[in-house]
Each structure stands twice: as structure tokens, then as C-alpha cells.
Design a binder for this molecule. Structure first.
Ligand SMILES: [Zn+2]
Length: 61
């Protein structure tokens, strides 16, 4: 078996990868691909609330 990232022989402790770095590369691919859309959706819903709080903060002054 070889590392799917760099094609070097697999490290038994880090299967199926050869090193921690290659495991991180693979994890990064999953995170950027899987969380991109839900994160954008969350940010959009947070925008109106942030704007309302900003106006209330300016009033007391
Ligand atoms: Zn590798």
C-alpha cells in the first residue's frame, strides 16, 4: 500500500498515509470541500443580527 497523497510507502501508524503531513493534507481537502457551503450559510444569517446590534450600541452615546 502507498500513500494516496505522495505515493510513498505507508507508515503503519498513520495508515493509509506515509506521514502526519500527508494526513493533514487529506484532512484539509475534506474540510474545505465539506464545510464551505454550510459556513457561508451561517455567515449570511448572522449579518442582520450584527447590524441591529450595531445601531443599538450607538444610541446610548
Ligand atoms: Zn505521503
Amino acid at each position: 500500500m502507498v500513500c494516496p497523497i505522495c505515493k510513498k510507502p505507508t507508515n503503519p501508524d498513520l495508515r493509509p498515509f506515509c506521514s502526519k503531513r500527508c494526513a493533514d493534507v487529506d484532512l484539509g481537502k475534506w474540510l474545505t470541500g465539506g464545510y464551505a457551503i454550510p459556513a457561508a450559510d451561517l455567515h449570511e444569517g448572522d449579518a442582520p443580527e450584527n447590524g441591529g446590534r450595531d445601531t443599538g450600541f450607538a444610541k446610548p452615546h
